[in-house]
Write a protein that binds this ligand. Structure first.
Ligand SMILES: Cc1cc2nc3c(=O)[nH]c(=O)nc-3n(C[C@H](O)[C@H](O)[C@H](O)COP(=O)(O)OP(=O)(O)OC[C@H]3O[C@@H](n4cnc5c(N)ncnc54)[C@H](O)[C@@H]3O)c2cc1C
Length: 435
């Protein structure tokens, strides 16, 4: 058998490894997965006095939130923005804990064919985005039948139409032609936060002292008898009254985990998601032509059309160059090679800023969440016609199996805040059924 290469981000160690507690001999509830949803569930159950055992496949906690140290700076290889500040439970909790949160800058950079955009161009760019956002959210409504989000983009966006589709396609995880309009309006961009030390570092602090077993992939969940029997890869079986499953949808889709099989409507809800693609190429580029901390940069004109960069992350020489579905698919068509991604990123930047501007550029990390066997994508995307799936999965199966994770969140889909919220709710509801 040819071994599958590890995803490129997997060789970086987390900046914080929390001290974990041993699993109890018997737990009332088993939580599968120690990402944001699993950690929220474990914290909630513990607070309610329900005994819990968390089983995690990887050799670290955090799932798609992981911070590593690069050249002495904490850098997120997965989620980085605390989106939707007013409704994000991780913002609320962070404020209560005195975590080092800061409000994300609203200003951005616009480059047009390598030169700085003129004020009139920047104003037209911003105006086009607000027209498009209104059409995609407020005006789209939920009355008619579902359709691709792309179909709601209004005419008259002029030269900015392509850029708007690219950016919304990037943050949706798929091109807008493949995204449900009914599902789309949930995202809130306006009021974001960042956290010093990285989002993964913050989640690691929240996992401190929880009973989590690492390197423990769950291979079977048997719910045929009373309670559940959860089997892990070494063949051992743990029994509990209930299980909270936070495995990403794309992984669940690929695994026949349950015995008996899940009810058809649950299975259909899981199988209907598509895999969202959003990858970071982490740039170390001290002389980059971007001033100011944590600014988004848009580059238009030129041969290549990159969907976006987040520049001077945390006031460091690091920047995130984001890869969308098109770029990732084009790279994968030529075989898996993180160096090919580095070459692509360099050629895009050279196209816009010239080769000489790249004299001190290095690309220390590239993420490959789409090839990570424990995520198979960056988040779950709802294609047109599949909008009820998130809510459907919130219904427990036989009061024994609860699902949680980013994919279930209606208002904060695809985000760590959404995952945390869903993990908290699943645990709160599940604890009501534990006697
Ligand atoms: C590059 C990138 C950028 C992103 N940017 C942002 C951002 O800026 N802001 C934001 O809020 N969100 C962002 N996200 C999304 C965010 O990271 C996720 O939505 C969130 O972390 C998902 O949490 P979760 O608990 O649902 O899933 P996960 O974090 O994936 O946790 C699930 C856990 O289950 C484990 N697991 C899987 N299968 C098994 C098994 N069989 N047995 C045991 N364990 C198993 C996995 O190893 C994992 O640890 C980004 C994601 C990526 C990849």
């Amino acid at each position: 058998m040819i071994p599958t290469p590890r995803p490129a981000h997997d060789r970086f160690r987390p900046s914080i490894a929390p001290r974990l507690a041993p699993l109890p001999a018997h737990a009332d509830v088993i939580v599968v997965g120690a990402g944001a949803a699993g950690i929220a569930a474990a914290r909630t159950l513990t607070e309610r006095g329900v005994s819990v055992a968390v089983l995690e496949a990887r050799d670290r906690i955090g799932g798609r939130l992981v911070t590593t140290n690069l050249r002495g700076h904490p850098v997120d290889l997965g989620g980085h923005w605390l989106h939707a500040g007013p409704i994000n439970p991780l913002v609320r909790l962070g404020e209560a804990r005195g975590e080092p949160l800061r409000v994300a800058a609203q200003e951005g950079h616009l480059f047009v064919s390598g030169r700085k955009g003129r004020p009139a161009e920047a104003a037209a760019h911003a105006r086009a985005f607000s027209v498009a956002d209104r059409a995609l959210t407020v005006q789209a409504g939920l009355d008619g039948p579902d359709r691709p989000a792309s179909s709601a983009l209004p005419p008259g966006l002029g030269p900015w139409a392509e850029r708007i589709s690219l950016v919304h396609g990037l943050v949706s995880g798929r091109p807008l032609t493949e995204v449900s309009l009914h599902d789309f309006p949930s995202m809130e961009y306006g009021d974001n936060r960042f956290i010093a030390g990285g989002y993964g570092g913050y989640l690691a602090r929240l996992a401190q002292g929880l009973p989590i077993a690492l390197n423990t992939p769950v291979v079977r969940i048997d719910w045929s008898g009373p309670g559940v029997a959860v089997e892990v890869a070494d063949g051992s079986v743990r029994h509990a009254e209930a299980v909270i499953v936070t495995i990403p949808m794309m992984v669940l889709r690929a695994s026949p985990l349950f015995n008996p099989a899940l009810p058809p409507e649950t299975r259909a809800a899981i199988d209907g998601f598509s895999s969202g693609i959003y990858e970071h190429a982490v740039l170390h580029w001290p002389s980059a032509p971007f001033q100011g901390r944590d600014r988004l940069a848009a580059m238009v004109g030129g041969r290549h059309r990159p969907p976006g960069l987040l520049t001077r992350v945390d006031d460091t020489p690091f920047h995130f160059f984001e890869l969308d579905t098109h770029m990732a698919q084009a790279l994968d068509a030529r075989g898996r090679d993180p160096d090919a991604a580095r070459r692509l990123v360099r050629s895009v930047l050279a196209d816009h800023f010239g080769h000489r501007a790249l004299h001190d550029l290095s690309i220390p990390a590239i993420s490959e969440w789409r090839h990570d066997p424990w995520s198979l994508g960056s988040w779950a995307v709802v294609p047109p016609g599949h909008a009820p799936a998130r809510q459907r999965l919130q219904t427990p199966i036989g009061n024994k199996i609860w699902f949680a994770g980013e994919a279930l969140s209606r208002l904060q889909w695809g985000t760590a805040g959404g995952a945390y919220e869903e993990g908290t709710m699943a645990a709160a509801n599940c604890s009501l059924h534990i006697v």
